[in-house]
Structures are given as structure tokens and as C-alpha cells.
Design a protein. Structure first.
Length: 367
């Protein structure tokens, strides 16, 4: 299934998100736009809010799930049109429920469909009427337009669920007006037995730990280093401008950043001036005036990875600090490019995580 993903940064930390299409009514026009939904419960529908705020927007019609005949609509900078017999498949309550489900999914929690299936498993293990009632409530808590997808069976859709959670003699829950019979229950129970046999026959990967990192995110602000190492730099050694000399390409560089900027230029004389610059700021300034090597935008990521690899293999004490971050996401603050730092693509942090994994596997091989 195609997963729509987005994100935003809050205090330097990346908050994962997803999005879906909605209509926003502004004046007399309905605008087709994207509503972003984030793991921290924030919803962006032309302004940040939360689930309660989205509920209010739905009640006032700012987020529209019904549009009158002939109303004007717009997909900004693309097309305008007027509605002719508009038909919506998602109600206001359904949109609210689906948004809550997405927040659960982003946090690795069971959404309403999974909770329903868990309640059904409880009923099948212990078929009491109280467990059937609990399963019925869980089924009805699934947004109506999503119920047909809960079983992942597009031939049967959700009729087995609706039938199983409805007692004999009652009208089928949230599905149609048919009265459930004992024969319907018997057919449905066979469906779930067959489904369980199929599920049990599928290969199951052995569990290898949690699906999310066990260690909290490492966030480091910028630090200013002098020629000598700080007495107790702690995790600031992870910064690429930390003074840890590395041997690379036959020469010694004061920092990873010196080496990075030296590798970026095709001018050998400029490369040497960058290498011997007193500060990383000076190295960066010298590199700005030097010609770039052909293909540098493509090669730079691999070069930065290689330089960090050299730093931590040549300095075992620094490698211990990197390994001490466990499986945490690493986000560093810096000045010279959003491509590299946590306020942008965070490639420095991501490469450090790769180098860390290489150090871990090297130890495993040695054990």
C-alpha cells in the first residue's frame, strides 16, 4: 500500500507525519488541499490545531465533508470548477476517526481496525455475549468508510465482522438491515476458523526487538571548539568540526570538516590552504572561493560518510562515545547547510548512525 509521509521539525526534533486530501471552505469557495497529520497529535489544515480543533473545524464547515450543488471549488494554481451532483464518501465523523487512526499508526499504536480484530480474537477464544458486545463496540468505532478494509479481504469486505459481532435475532451492526440467524453465525465462524488456519500457515519472522528505537534521540546544539580539545566535550565529539585529526587521501586534516571542504575543490593549491586553515570557518570560507570538483553534488554524501568512517576508526575513544548513543536517532545543529543538519535533511546525523552500525557489526564479527 502506498504510504503518504511528511514531517516537520519541532525544537530540532523531526516529527513524522502523513497527509490526506480535504476541502476547506474559505468564503464561498471550497479549496482542495492537503491536511497534514503528525505523530504528536498536531493537525495542519491551513493552520496548526489538534483533534479537538479539527472537530470544531468540521462543525463550523471550515473543513468540509458536504458541498452544495453548484458550489465553486478550486485546486489552487491548477483549476477552478463548479460542483455538479457532489457525492462524498467520508462523513465528518469518519474524517475525524480516520485522523485519530493515523495518529495512532504514526505512534506505532493499534488503530481502530486493529483494536476491533483484537476484540474479535478475544471473543473467538471466549465466545461470551459480553465479549461479543465489546467486539461490536470496537467494530462500530472503526470509521464507517474504513470498515470494509479491516479484514484485508476485498471479496468478503466486512460482512464477517458485522455478522459475528451481532447476536442472533438482531439486525446486523452497521452493515445492512438483515436479521442475523444461527446459520449466518455458523458460516461466519467457519470463515474465521479458515482465516486463522491460513494465518497460522504463513511464515512468521522471529521477533528481534522493538520496532522503534530504544534510546532517546540525541540532539546536540552547536559548539565552538578551540585548537585544543575540550576538557570534557561529551557527545560534542560527534560534530564534524570537533578537532580530531584524521589521515585521509595521504594527508592529515585537523577535522572532518577541513577534509570535506578540501575534497570538494579541484584546485590542489586551494585544497592545501583549506587543509592547513586554523579554523573550520576559515576552511569553509576558502572553499567557497575555490572551484568545485566535477560531480561534487553527487559525490559529497559518500565523501562525508567516508570521512566520518575514518574519524571513528582512527580514534577508538571517539568511537566509544558514538557507540554509547545506542540505537538513537542523532540530530546535530550546524551552520553551513540545511542539507547536513537537523533543521534540514540531517545527513550528518544519519551518516553517523550508519557508521555506528558499521562499528557495531565489526565488534560482532570479532566476538
Amino acid at each position: 500500500m502506498f504510504v503518504k509521509r511528511t514531517y516537520r521539525y519541532v525544537d530540532g526534533a523531526r516529527v513524522e507525519g502523513t497527509w490526506q486530501h480535504i476541502f476547506i471552505r474559505n468564503g464561498d469557495t471550497y479549496f482542495l488541499t492537503d491536511m497534514a497529520i503528525y505523530a504528536d497529535g498536531t493537525v495542519d489544515c491551513w493552520g496548526l490545531t489538534d483533534l479537538d480543533g479539527l472537530r470544531r473545524h468540521l462543525e463550523t464547515g471550515w473543513v468540509a465533508t458536504e458541498i452544495p450543488q453548484g458550489a465553486r471549488a478550486s485546486a489552487s494554481d491548477l483549476v477552478d470548477w463548479n460542483f455538479d451532483e457532489p457525492e462524498f464518501f467520508v462523513s465528518a465523523q469518519g474524517l475525524l476517526g480516520e485522523t485519530a487512526d493515523k495518529i495512532d499508526e504514526l505512534n506505532g499504536r493499534p488503530d481502530s481496525s486493529v483494536r476491533c480484530l483484537m476484540a474479535v480474537d478475544t471473543f473467538l477464544d471466549d465466545p461470551t455475549e459480553s465479549n461479543r458486545t465489546a467486539a461490536r463496540e470496537a467494530y462500530l468505532a472503526i470509521p464507517e468508510h474504513l470498515r470494509m478494509f479491516a479484514l484485508g479481504d476485498m471479496d468478503s469486505k466486512d460482512w464477517p465482522l458485522a455478522t459475528l459481532v451481532t447476536a442472533v435475532g438482531q439486525r446486523r451492526a452497521g452493515y445492512d438491515d438483515r436479521v442475523v440467524t444461527a446459520e449466518m453465525h455458523a458460516h461466519t465462524e467457519k470463515y474465521f476458523r479458515d482465516r486463522e488456519r491460513l494465518r497460522a500457515s504463513l511464515p512468521v519472522a522471529p521477533p528481534d526487538g522493538p520496532v522503534t528505537a530504544a534510546s532517546p534521540t540525541v540532539q546536540l546544539p552547536m559548539a565552538h571548539f578551540h585548537e585544543d580539545r575540550l576538557a570534557d566535550p561529551g557527545r560534542h565529539i560527534l560534530q564534524i568540526d570537533y578537532p580530531a585529526p584524521i589521515e585521509y587521501d595521504g594527508r592529515t586534516y585537523p577535522t572532518v570538516e577541513h577534509a570535506y571542504w578540501a575534497m570538494s575543490t579541484s584546485d590542489p593549491e586551494a585544497r592545501e590552504r583549506i587543509r592547513t586553515a586554523t579554523r573550520t570557518h576559515d576552511a569553509r570560507t576558502l572553499a567557497a572561493d575555490a572551484p568545485r570538483r566535477d560531480g561534487w553534488p553527487v559525490a559529497r554524501l559518500a565523501v562525508m560518510a567516508d570521512l566520518n568512517r575514518a574519524k571513528y576508526t582512527q580514534h577508538p575513544d571517539l568511537a566509544e562515545t558514538l557507540l554509547g548513543t545506542g540505537d538513537a536517532r542523532i540530530m546535530l545543529a550546524g551552520t553551513f547547510s540545511g542539507y547536513w543538519y537537523g533543521h534540514g535533511s540531517n545527513w550528518v546525523g544519519r551518516l553517523l548512525e550508519v557508521v555506528r552500525s558499521e562499528l557495531v557489526v565489526a565488534r560482532w564479527r570479532d566476538d
